[in-house]
Design a protein around this ligand. Structure first.
Ligand code: GLN
Length: 196
């Protein structure tokens, strides 16, 4: 059976577990790098990217997660997780995992709009998706191999590059599990192709 790991160092990981389980897949909270061997895909949740990075370093996760991605295993970054996946962060020399060819801006929707909800059309995945944004980043630019999946107010809020998926919002906080299901399908596909 396909097992989806959820990085459980900080942030909204329990909600992701609930969402993965709602799709019928198995979820595992990943707290030690050795557990990466027990999973087929990894979700990096929302929270606070700088805090999560500190914990990633403390538990020696940075290189093991990079290798996980480089082996072709799918990663899904939501909100702070998107920031961790990005190859460039506006206004900062910091890059965390640097796996996905996107440039992000943190806290990009401004103070007045700390959190809000919006109905999004996510290309090929969901129409009228109820997206919850909390101190959300957006994607300022993508590389040529990265597909834009959704925009809000003219800004990119979801994208996919091969086996990497990222969104600015929190898809785990509602009962709409279509984006999580899409990730589970990506993981199923990659599991099949990596088996050959
Ligand atoms: N603003 C947070 C950060 O920069 C992300 C917010 C979230 O994950 N909800 O890490």
């Amino acid at each position: 059976m396909t097992t989806i790991g959820v990085l459980g160092l900080q942030g909204a990981f329990r909600e992701h577990v609930r969402s993965v389980e709602a799709t019928g897949a198995k979820a595992l909270v990943v707290k030690k790098k050795e557990q990466l061997e027990d999973i087929d895909g990894l979700i990096i949740p929302g929270g606070e990217s700088t805090t999560m990075r500190r914990l990633i370093d403390k538990y020696d996760f940075l290189e093991p997660i990079r290798q996980f991605g480089k082996q072709g295993k799918p990663l899904f970054g939501t909100c702070a997780g998107l920031i961790l996946l990005a190859s460039e962060i506006d206004g900062s020399y910091d890059v965390h995992l640097g796996l996905m060819d996107i440039k992000v801006r943190r806290n990009a929707f401004g103070r007045q709009r700390e959190s809000f909800e919006a109905d999004l059309d996510i290309k090929g995945i969901a129409d009228g998706f109820n997206a919850v944004f909390i101190r959300a980043p957006y994607i300022e630019g993508v590389g040529e191999d990265t597909e834009v999946l959704a925009t809000y107010d003219g800004h990119i809020v979801a994208a996919q590059q091969d086996h990497y998926l990222a969104c600015s919002f929190h898809p785990e906080l509602t009962d709409d599990h279509r984006l999580t299901s899409h990730f589970v399908e990506m993981v199923d596909q990659s599991k099949k192709s990596l088996a050959f």
